[in-house]
Ligand binder design. Sequence first.
Ligand code: SF4
Length: 203
Amino acid sequence: MSAPSASVSAPAPSPSASGTPSSAALEPAVPFIEIEGLRTEQFIPAAKEALSSLIAEQAQGKLIRPVFNWAGRNSLFPLHWGLACCAIEFASAFGARFDAERFGIVPRSSPRQCDLLIVNGTVTWKVAHKLITLYEQMPEPKWVIAMGNCATGGGPFRTAYSVVPGVDKLVPVDIYIAGCPPRPEALLDGILKLEELIRERGE
Ligand code: SF4
């Protein structure tokens, strides 16, 4: 009795709908070396992309960001805006005697050119939405100083129905300056403290 012979036949290429074999079926099986080549082709661009984004991230963290931080904190542009009696001290700080511009602080009249909002007076609920609009029109990064007791917590008008008990109820405040009113030197001190804060935050 003869042993049954095993026969393995190669799979025939499947004909396409038109009757001719499809191009995928005609292609030989991919050798191992080609698979390795394919992996390399995919790996090198991916590695290049990852490396360049890492370098860009490092450059941004170690070079660009500190330069922007240094330039930004030494050239603060406060909004040219006054609310009440503290605004007189604000104006005085930019006069010849106190000369705030020697610190690179230049008031601008458009919120779109400003990065510092100095709230220098009593904030009423009537003006609150305008203050928020001005703040939102300022580009990032931006900072807020509450100058004087009124801006900090309502001051002598804290219990009045029409007064906001602190501008931090409306916008985030970075520096508070006490006084009724604070002198121009106190405003300059507050701005220098803000510069230190910006340096620490690295923004
Ligand atoms: S803190 Fe005093 S000086 Fe300043 S706005 Fe209020 S009341 Fe006027």
